[in-house]
Every structure is written in structure tokens, then in C-alpha cells.
Design a protein around this ligand. Structure first.
Ligand code: ADP
Ligand code: MG
Length: 301
């Protein structure tokens, strides 16, 4: 499996939803497409699912146009539609037939798929009685029906409560062992948990294509997170003068201090604080979290 998106653009009236977008996805990858609301995630995913066509550019799967390769793709929309009066089994039978699968084949595959998504025992329950997490797992079951080599999921966990979110993330962890996955989210933490690679999209443009490790390394500039008490605010002024202190961000009693040669100088700074009778609430080596980095990317670029 190889997915290639080449210079794709999609405009609605005068709003460009996706612009000059290119990326490749190889077999076995699990990639998170991350971006704030309105970034163009759903539009891009719908073009990969061949629900809408790009204005320009092309999308290829194994070198062939996506429209001739639909059987290779399982698509979970951002807002899947179910009939509440159907049971789980009926839903999968209905959807399987819609995508051209035989009834006999479905009779054999549906119980296995329901088992895989943890809905064995619920096959005859009506979808209307399902929790959000169960519905989403049924949606994932539907994407698996025709054994696709690529699964694309549009915000599979964004609308779920913590329990549903956990159920679905665990399921995706299982599925990714067997299938290539592209999923979108506006919550970095969700992607961080399951994806090795991130693609950040903003205003329709790809602004980042990287791994967690690379992102963290790139931002690991030598910082200390220090928390002091109100009475020690004046200490901040005294450390500004220190030759190895390269910058200070202050938020209330919390400081982010950028220090030259952190390994050597962190103890000097601690010693300095103790000498000045500073009440230290927290003193830790702390680089930006992924969330900090993501916010910087999305807000500042
Ligand atoms: P995301 O999924 O990242 O939240 P979308 O792909 O849904 O973003 O939308 C990207 C931009 O394109 C938004 O500004 C949205 O309003 C616009 N858009 C999406 N679909 C349509 C449509 N069918 N008609 C008009 N504008 C649309
Ligand atoms: Mg969307």
C-alpha cells in the first residue's frame, strides 16, 4: 500500500479549504492529521475517500487513481450516520451490501468483525441503545468489512467522553497492527497516543510533517520550570543578571528559565535560589510539552 497525495487543492465558492497539499503514506504507518477546526482535515479526508474531487492535483493509491481503488480504503466519517432502529448486525449487513459484498461472505465476516471491535454479544442490540464509544466502534467495524489496506478516520475520538475515547483508542491500537491508518484530530494528545508521525494542517496548508521524537528534540532548548512564592518575586530580577541565564518567561509565580549549558548551570541556579532564601515550590528540567509545541505551530505560523 502506498498513498500519494500530489499538490491537491479544493475550494468552496471563494474559500480554499485545502491548498497545495502533498504527502505520502507507506504501508504500516499510523499517521495523525492534526489541525484546528476549519483547517481542512475533513475536506482532505473526503478527497482521499473519493467522496469529493479535488479541483487540481491527484490522489493515487498504489500508483492508481483513488476512484478505481475504493475497495482498498475504509472510511470512517466525522459524523457517521446510523439507523437507530437497526441492530449492530443489521447495520453491518446493510452497509456491507451497499459496498457490494455478498450476503454469504458477510454472514461469515460480521461475527468476526464484531468480535474484533468488542461488540460480540451486542450484535442483536439496536444501535439506538449504544453509547458514543460503541457507535464509533461499530463505525470502525464498518470500515473493516471489505478488508481495506488503508483506513482513514475523521476525528474518531473527538466527540467521545473519556470512557468512549479510551475504548476507541484501544481499538485503534489493535487495528494499527494490521492496517495502515490515517486519522484526523484537533486534539494532539489523541494522535500522540497512537501515531508515530504527525502532519499538521492549518488554513488548508501542510505546515509540518514530523515524528513525536523529532518534534520534542527540536524544541528541547535548555529550560527550567521553576515555581516560587509571591514573596520571592524580586529574585527574578536578580537572576536576569546571571551570565548563564538566557531568557525568562514569567507567568504568575511560574518561571520558564532558559539556561546556557543546562547540565552544568542548573545546580548553580538552584544554589543561587537557596542562597537568596527563595521558597522553591517546583524546580524541574522541563522542555515544552507536545501541546505547547502544537499551540506554537498552529497559533504562530
Ligand atoms: P476541519 O475538518 O479541519 O474542521 P473542513 O475541511 O471541514 O475543516 O473545512 C475547511 C474549510 O472549508 C472551512 O473553512 C469550512 O468552512 C470550509 N468548507 C468545508 N466544506 C465546505 C462546503 N461543503 N461548502 C463550503 N465551505 C466548506
Ligand atoms: Mg472536520
Amino acid at each position: 500500500m502506498k498513498l500519494e497525495i500530489r499538490n491537491v487543492k479544493k475550494t468552496f465558492k471563494n474559500k480554499t479549504a485545502v491548498d497545495s497539499f502533498s504527502m505520502e503514506l507507506q504501508s504500516g504507518e499510523c499517521v495523525g492529521l492534526i489541525g484546528p477546526n476549519g483547517a481542512g482535515k475533513s475536506t482532505l479526508i473526503k478527497m482521499i475517500a473519493d467522496i469529493i474531487n479535488p479541483d487540481t492535483g491527484e490522489i493515487l493509491l498504489n500508483g492508481k487513481r483513488i476512484s478505481s481503488m475504493k475497495k482498498e480504503i475504509g472510511y470512517l466519517p466525522q459524523y457517521p450516520n446510523f439507523f437507530n432502529w437497526m441492530t449492530a448486525k443489521e447495520t453491518l449487513m446493510f452497509m456491507g451490501k451497499l459496498s457490494g459484498l455478498s450476503k454469504n461472505g458477510l454472514n461469515t465476516s460480521i461475527p468476526n468483525i464484531l468480535k474484533k471491535v468488542g461488540l460480540s454479544g451486542e450484535e442483536d442490540s439496536k444501535v439506538g441503545t449504544f453509547s458514543g464509544g460503541m457507535k464509533q466502534r461499530l463505525g470502525i467495524a464498518q470500515t473493516l468489512l471489505h478488508k481495506p489496506s488503508l483506513i482513514i478516520m475523521d476525528e474518531p475520538v473527538s466527540a467521545l467522553d473519556p470512557i468512549g475515547r479510551r475504548e476507541v483508542l484501544n481499538l485503534i491500537q489493535e487495528i494499527k497492527k494490521e492496517t495502515t491508518i490515517l486519522l484526523s484530530t484537533h486534539i494532539l494528545g489523541d494522535a500522540q497516543e497512537i501515531c508515530e508521525r504527525f502532519i499538521v494542517i492549518k488554513n488548508g496548508l501542510k505546515i509540518e510533517d514530523t515524528s513525536i521524537i523529532e518534534l520534542l528534540q527540536r524544541n528541547s532548548d535548555n529550560k527550567l520550570n521553576i515555581e516560587i512564592t509571591q514573596k520571592d518575586q524580586k529574585w527574578i530580577g536578580t537572576i536576569e543578571e546571571l551570565p548563564y541565564v538566557k531568557g525568562i518567561e514569567v507567568i504568575g509565580n511560574q518561571l520558564k528559565v532558559k539556561v546556557e549549558n543546562l547540565e552544568n548551570n542548573k545546580n548553580l541556579l538552584l544554589g543561587h535560589a537557596l542562597k537568596h532564601d527563595v521558597d522553591i515550590v517546583k524546580f524541574e528540567v522541563g522542555n515544552d510539552t507536545l501541546e505547547d509545541i502544537f499551540l506554537k505551530l498552529v497559533v504562530e505560523k
